[in-house]
Design a protein around this ligand. Structure first.
Ligand SMILES: O=C(O)CCC(=O)C(=O)O
Ligand SMILES: [Fe+2]
Length: 365
């Protein structure tokens, strides 16, 4: 009885996987595929090896400084049709079907860096930190490649076709939709416009790309997922879905110096693997009984995408091919850019409703 309770609990927990090299690669790769095909989410522990903790902390300091600057200043780098820049409160609507108002958040998206230089307008405060932003972008990009290598190993991609480099090779060298995003979810101010029955910090959605890395802060929870095992065919993302909180420090990591990094699978990689790896629906909510004076939440996401021109041809993996036969479909040949544009259109529909043609330009540039 006691044993069963433990087993049930551990079945419901998103696994924490150490990729710092303490175990053989093949074993870690298998754990990653197992977690991604069961939950679509996993925590990564790197013991500060792949990314210094100071770099993460520094990024959150830059984020705080940026979001606290005057609206007028942030407005100088407002988001444009290339998906780069600042979006203010209620601008983005991640769950357009169910939300009456846009997300209760602000965000700042950074696209490509060339030679350490960002290819978009920045505020003066961000310009001062361009080198830090660029190096953080690099850390994230390299961590993404490392994880994608492990997925290639775990999916047993044919050695003759490229083996462990098959997925990373399609994410290297070339313009892509890869985006570093700072997120700020304000606490509720007494004078603010918070409406408990309509407001949500980030509406239910799945991510669009290959994998997302997500950095959270101690004491600032709010992320929830619908575990794929509870997914219904009618895709119920509403309040009655099996929403499950994703803690900042999962059990066993409470004493770690920094929260583990969350990794989740996006729609593109799920599609590319015939739904073997799950793209899990998630959202960000206010803490229960939220009232004025609660905690702000800051998070940082790195959305990994393949190079835009990559054709999403079937993956040379028996594990993936078997599923194509099983569900009779298989991946459709489209490019990574075509896939991304379709998804961005839906999210920013409100913003560009007066100029639908602009949405066509949403893509990696
Ligand atoms: O802030 C978070 O925890 C999640 C953000 C997110 O899901 C997104 O921006 O896609
Ligand atoms: Fe997301």
């Amino acid at each position: 009885m006691f044993k069963m309770a433990i087993q049930e609990r551990s079945q419901g927990q998103i696994p924490v996987i150490d990729i710092s090299g303490t175990k053989p690669e093949a074993e870690i790769a298998e754990e990653l595929v197992q977690a991604a095909s069961t939950y679509g989410f996993l925590y990564i522990k790197t013991q500060g090896k792949d990314m210094p903790i100071a770099a993460i902390d520094g990024m959150f300091d830059i984020s705080k400084k940026f979001f606290s600057s005057p609206e007028e200043e942030k407005g100088r780098c407002k988001i444009t049709e290339n998906n780069r820049g600042w979006s203010g409160m209620h601008t983005e609507t991640l769950d357009a079907k169910n939300q009456r108002v846009g997300d209760f958040k602000e965000a700042m998206n950074f696209g490509e860096f060339r030679g350490g230089k960002v290819q978009q307008p920045l505020t003066t405060s961000l310009k001062d930190h361009e080198a830090d932003l660029s190096s953080f972008h690099n850390y994230c990009h390299n961590m993404m490649l490392k994880i994608l290598k492990l997925f290639s190993i775990g999916l047993k991609i044919d050695e003759k076709a490229g083996g462990s480099d098959w997925i990373p090779a399609r994410h290297r060298d070339g313009p892509s939709g890869c985006t570093l995003r700072l997120l700020y979810y304000p606490s509720i101010s007494p004078a603010g416009d918070y409406q408990p029955l309509v407001d949500i910090r980030a509406g239910a959605h799945s991510d669009y790309g290959s994998i997302t890395l997500l950095f959270q802060r101690p004491g600032q929870p709010g992320l929830e997922i619908i575990p794929p095992s509870t997914r219904t065919t009618e895709r119920n993302f509403g309040p009655t879905a099996a929403w499950t909180p994703v803690p900042v420090f999962p059990p066993g990591t409470e004493l770690d110096p920094s929260p583990p990094i969350l990794v989740n699978i996006g729609d593109l990689l799920s599609h590319w693997t015939n739904d073997l790896l799950k793209s899990t629906v998630h959202r960000v909510v206010f803490p229960k009984d939220a009232k004025a004076g609660g905690e702000d939440r800051y998070s940082i996401a790195y959305f990994g995408h393949p190079v835009g021109e990559t054709v999403l041809e079937p993956m040379p993996s028996e594990m993936v091919k078997t599923l194509a036969v099983a569900n009779g479909s298989g991946v459709h040949a489209m490019t990574a850019d075509e896939h991304l544009v379709g998804r961005l259109k839906a999210t920013y529909l409100g913003m560009y409703k007066d100029d639908p043609e602009k949405i066509e330009k949403f893509a990696s540039v």
